[in-house]
Structures are given as structure tokens and as C-alpha cells.
Design a protein around this ligand. Structure first.
Ligand code: PEP
Length: 250
């Protein structure tokens, strides 16, 4: 059966010292909390991975991206094996900010997914529509294409190392959250796509997270939906108490 997950995405925030302190606080709170109903992950900048990995005992570690090559003359890039060598277990791929500002395509993300899995990382794969796509009604097609073109070449066994994060772009960092019904509609759609391709068992075992202005006040209603298995959290993951308010929302 799938597990619930709450994952932080710190984006380009905190110095290494600040990040280690935040990771320590989250780790201590998770250690102290009894009977948590979810796995907790922090997604941190590349520069922080090694230092943060040394202070985590109860929390898993993720990078926020990796290169579409394994090694070589790609100045400034960080490969999946490099990420894995820091002690990280996960990598976030396909975040809308990467797609929009760094022109990551579904084809490029397919390569990144393959390299991440090859390196032994689990992937938190982001998908979601823009406001224009929501308004013109093409959002189901957009989300389907993102999944089909970047993930659906994988085997059923490989799919067990994929977590999907549905993140409507219009809800990221805007304070505007999808309603729990809007989110559930897409989560159920994604699960059905997986069922059509891989069968019901794989679909039932796949964790699907919601992301987009998720906070302690709206997390309980979102997480109560049958196909919402947790959250990918941006702004609210930068303070241990707000992040823990979401972690304990199940
Ligand atoms: C994100 O960037 O993944 C995200 C969900 O951001 P926020 O929670 O700040 O909307």
C-alpha cells in the first residue's frame, strides 16, 4: 500500500548554516513526534546536501534537480550519481519553475528520470497546469502529456520509485490553493492514468502529492481526500513549525 509523504522544497533559500539549522529543527521535531502517519523529506539546494545529510536521522533528503547527463564537460551541472553520493535518497524533477525558467521539456525530464533511477534515487516528479491551461480546459491533456512523455516508458517495477506531485502552477507561491475537490479531481485522474497503463495495483501503490500554497490550515482538508497522499511544500517548509503543522495534518 502506498505511503503518505510530506516533502519540503526549499528552492533557492537559506545559506548552508541556516539550512543545517532548519534541518536539525525539523529532524528533532520528527524524532519527537509519536506515530507520524507520513514519511518526511526535505528538498534542499545542492550546496546543502552533504551537510544536511549528516544531521538527518528521521527525515529523508532530496535534491531539487539533477543534470540530464551523468558526467563530463557540463560546467555548473550536478549529476544524479553526485546527488546520490551525498546521502540523498530523492530528487525532485520537473518542477514548474525548472520547466518555465530553465526550459526543461518532457523529453529532457524523461532522460533525467532515467538517470536518477539508475543512480538509485527515488524521483518526486512534478506535473501541473498553468492558469491559462486551467481556464481553456486543456489541463487534463497537459498533465497526461507530462506523465506519458516523461514517465510511461518506465517498467512497473521502476514506477515503485516514482512519487508524483500535482502542482497547479497558478497555486504555487501565490497563496491561492486549489480547493480540495479540484485537487482530488486531478489526483484521481492521475491515478486512473497509471491504472490504465500499469494496472490497479501499481496505481494504488503510487504516492501522489499535492503542491501549491499548502499550509497547516488547509492541509487537513486536502490530505483527507482519498487520492491525496501528502504534499510538496514550498514556502511553508522554510520554518520548522509551519512545516511540522503540515506533517502532523494527517
Ligand atoms: C512548490 O514550489 O513546490 C510549492 C508547492 O510552493 P508553495 O508551497 O510555496 O506554493
Amino acid at each position: 500500500m502506498r505511503k503518505n509523504i510530506v516533502a519540503g522544497n526549499w528552492k533557492m533559500n537559506t545559506t548552508v548554516a541556516e539550512g543545517v539549522e532548519l534541518a536539525r529543527e525539523v529532524n528533532a521535531a520528527v524524532e519527537k513526534a509519536s506515530e507520524l502517519k507520513c514519511e518526511v523529506i526535505v528538498g534542499v539546494p545542492f550546496t546543502h546536501l552533504t551537510a544536511v545529510s549528516q544531521v538527518l536521522t528521521a527525515v529523508k533528503l532530496s535534491a531539487e534537480n539533477c543534470a540530464d547527463h551523468t558526467s563530463g564537460a557540463y560546467t555548473g551541472e550536478v549529476s544524479a550519481p553526485m546527488v546520490a553520493s551525498t546521502g540523498a535518497q530523492y530528487v525532485i524533477l520537473g518542477h514548474s519553475e525548472r520547466r518555465e525558467y530553465y526550459h526543461e521539456t518532457n523529453a529532457m525530464l524523461k532522460t533525467k528520470v532515467d538517470l536518477a533511477l539508475e543512480a538509485g534515487l527515488k524521483v518526486i516528479f512534478c506535473c501541473g497546469e498553468s492558469l491559462a491551461q486551467r481556464k481553456d480546459g486543456t489541463y487534463f491533456d497537459v498533465i497526461k502529456a507530462e506523465l506519458v512523455e516523461s514517465l510511461f516508458h518506465l517498467s512497473a517495477e521502476q514506477m515503485s520509485n516514482i512519487v508524483i506531485a500535482y502542482e497547479p502552477i497558478w497555486a504555487i507561491g501565490t497563496g491561492e490553493t486549489a480547493t480540495s475537490d479540484q485537487a482530488e479531481e486531478i489526483h484521481a485522474f492521475i491515478r486512473q492514468l497509471i491504472a490504465d497503463k500499469y494496472g490497479k495495483q501499481v496505481a494504488d501503490d503510487t504516492t501522489i502529492l499535492y503542491g501549491g500554497s499548502c499550509k497547516p490550515s488547509n492541509a487537513p482538508e486536502l490530505f483527507a481526500k482519498p487520492d491525496i497522499d501528502g504534499g510538496l511544500i514550498g514556502g511553508a517548509s522554510l520554518k520548522a513549525d509551519s512545516f511540522m503543522g503540515i506533517v502532523t495534518a494527517f
